[in-house]
Design a binder for this molecule. Structure first.
Ligand code: NAD
Length: 481
């Protein structure tokens, strides 16, 4: 796999920058590839290609069903190469191969969904209040879109941006996380194979402060779509304000998982575990705040702790591994710092709170699944996104209490309610200030349903019809007969 070149204007070209970066397998710190680090100049070349391709109309003026066919074809190619893509993702992120395969299946579906959606919005005729006139409202592509993705779900996050942007008729420049570019590079090879015209889909590899910053600042970019940390999101928002670019931001979360005493106990324990420790907690929608009804607190925490101690950490390629390592040594330092903060704040450490002793795990960035009880809303460990395998537990006595606690953060991405009382579940779900609420489940998402955050978890939506609308401008055409 060639990580020395970037796809600009339909050609794999060497960067003007001579910088490179080693891509590390977080399971054993082996160098798995060396990637070029494109700079501002490289990014500008990609922007120019995308600008010209958009202005020429080679893509935006194609009939929508033809664009859709190309996007659909990318989905089929991803399905064809699913195993290879999944293996690359596991090398790059340390997540289990099973998780990577599920991701790839979802990613293929994202392309199939948006490919199918491309020609479904024909615009609306609206009743004009003026005599002898006709009014219609149509959607058009926004233009040139810069897209920046994080390392935790490298290709999944990229697919949520690439597929709707192309289906809606935009041209794009994608910049994946510099830590995890492997699968995104591979998909750009598939985009080329699918025959997307030159200059429509461009790929830049590089760091956030250089390539990423150029995308957010450059005046030839009409929309910047970013998924990542909240502080980076604010920087991008500021840069984008200089020329009033449209922005779409998918930022962090500190997601509540609310368990009522009448929940199905075993499933709720199972899923509370999955909610927070899946992919070592490096999930924007991780259920990192468990809110459990006081009457079942001890029994629930005991069952959860016992299960947590049995989570098998290891190599993502081994069948019995349930959780892989954290992405990097710096990220593990951050998680450790938060665990120290939790202890200093007076939360009770019930399990974990350190690196594993297992000699086989010493070369990877592993950290034990960790649970804190006796947590309160004013603690930093409860309020701030750790983005690692750390669960905080709080208790509540009434549904009003639960709603208040759940909403008491700056974030509003996702969360869950566990109860067998449907009316109670709906009552609580309607009052949570979250972009997604699951009832008696955790984590399901799919291409058909919109995804995004309330409050400081972001701006705009990905997936679903709403995810496609982000990539369109609305035009009103009025005709005097
Ligand atoms: P990050 O913010 O450090 O980096 C994300 C991307 O931004 C990378 O490609 C990086 O190169 C780029 N970047 C960094 N500085 C930049 C700058 N100044 N200008 C432009 N681009 C810049 O995030 P991360 O550590 O890669 O990912 C973890 C974060 O992503 C977590 O906070 C997580 O919650 C969030 N996330 C959110 C969602 C969601 O759907 N809401 C999904 C996945 C991850």
């Amino acid at each position: 796999m060639n990580l020395q070149k970037m796809l600009i204007n339909g050609e794999w070209v060497h960067a003007q920058s001579e910088e490179t970066r080693d891509i590390i397998n977080p399971y054993n710190q082996e160098v798995i590839a060396t990637a070029v680090e494109g700079n501002e100049q490289d990014t500008r070349a990609a922007i120019q290609a995308a600008r010209e391709a958009f202005d020429d109309g080679i893509w935006s003026a194609l009939p929508a069903n033809e664009r859709g066919e190309y996007v659909y074809q990318i989905g089929l190619l991803i399905r064809r190469d699913l195993q290879e893509l999944a293996e690359l993702e596991t090398w790059d992120t340390g997540k289990t191969l099973q998780e990577s395969k599920e991701d790839m299946d979802d990613i293929a579906n994202v392309f199939l969904y948006f490919g199918g959606l491309a020609d479904k919005d024909g615009g609306d005729k609206i009743p004009s209040p003026m005599p002898d006139s006709e009014s219609k409202v149509v959607r058009e592509p926004v233009g040139v879109c810069g897209q920046i993705t994080p390392w935790n779900y490298p290709l999944l996050q990229a697919s949520w941006k690439i597929a709707p942007a192309l289906a809606a008729g935009n041209t794009i420049i994608m910049k994946p996380s510099e830590i995890t570019p492997l699968t995104t590079v591979k998909v750009f090879e598939l985009i080329e194979e699918a025959g997307i015209p030159e200059g429509v889909a461009n790929l830049v590899l590089g760091a956030g402060a250089t390539a990423g910053a150029e995308l957010s600042e450059n005046r030839d970019i009409d929309l910047i779509s970013f998924t990542g940390g909240i502080e980076t999101g604010k920087t991008i928002m500021q840069a984008a304000s200089h020329n009033v670019k449209k922005i779409a931001l998918e930022l962090g979360g500190k997601n509540p998982n609310i368990v009522f005493a009448d929940a199905d106990f075993t499933t709720a324990v199972d899923q509370a575990l999955n909610a927070v420790f899946f992919h070592a907690g490096q999930v924007c929608s991780a259920g990192a705040r468990l809110l459990v009804e006081e009457s079942i607190h001890d029994e629930f925490v005991n069952a959860l702790t016992e299960r947590t101690k049995r989570i098998k950490l290891g190599n993502g390629f081994d069948d019995d591994t349930q959780s892989g390592p954290l992405i990097s040594s710096e990220h593990r330092d951050k998680v450790e710092k938060y665990v120290d903060i939790g202890k200093q704040e007076g939360a009770t450490l019930v399990t974990g709170g350190k690196r594993p002793d297992d000699p086989e795990l010493q070369d990877g960035f592993f950290y034990l699944p960790t649970i804190f009880t006796n947590c309160t809303s004013d603690m930093r460990i409860v309020q701030e996104e750790v983005f690692g395998p750390v669960l905080t537990v709080e208790t509540f006595q009434s549904q009003e209490d639960a709603i208040k606690l759940a909403n008491d953060t700056i974030y509003g991405l996702a969360g869950a309610v566990w109860t067998q009382d449907v009316a109670k579940a709906e009552f609580v779900a309607e009052r949570l200030r979250l972009g997604t609420v699951w009832i008696n489940d955790f984590h399901p998402y799919f291409a058909q349903a919109p995804w995004g955050g309330y409050k400081q978890s972001g701006i705009g939506r990905e997936l679903g019809r709403e995810g496609m609308e982000e990539y369109t401008e609305v035009k009103h055409i009025y005709r005097n007969k």
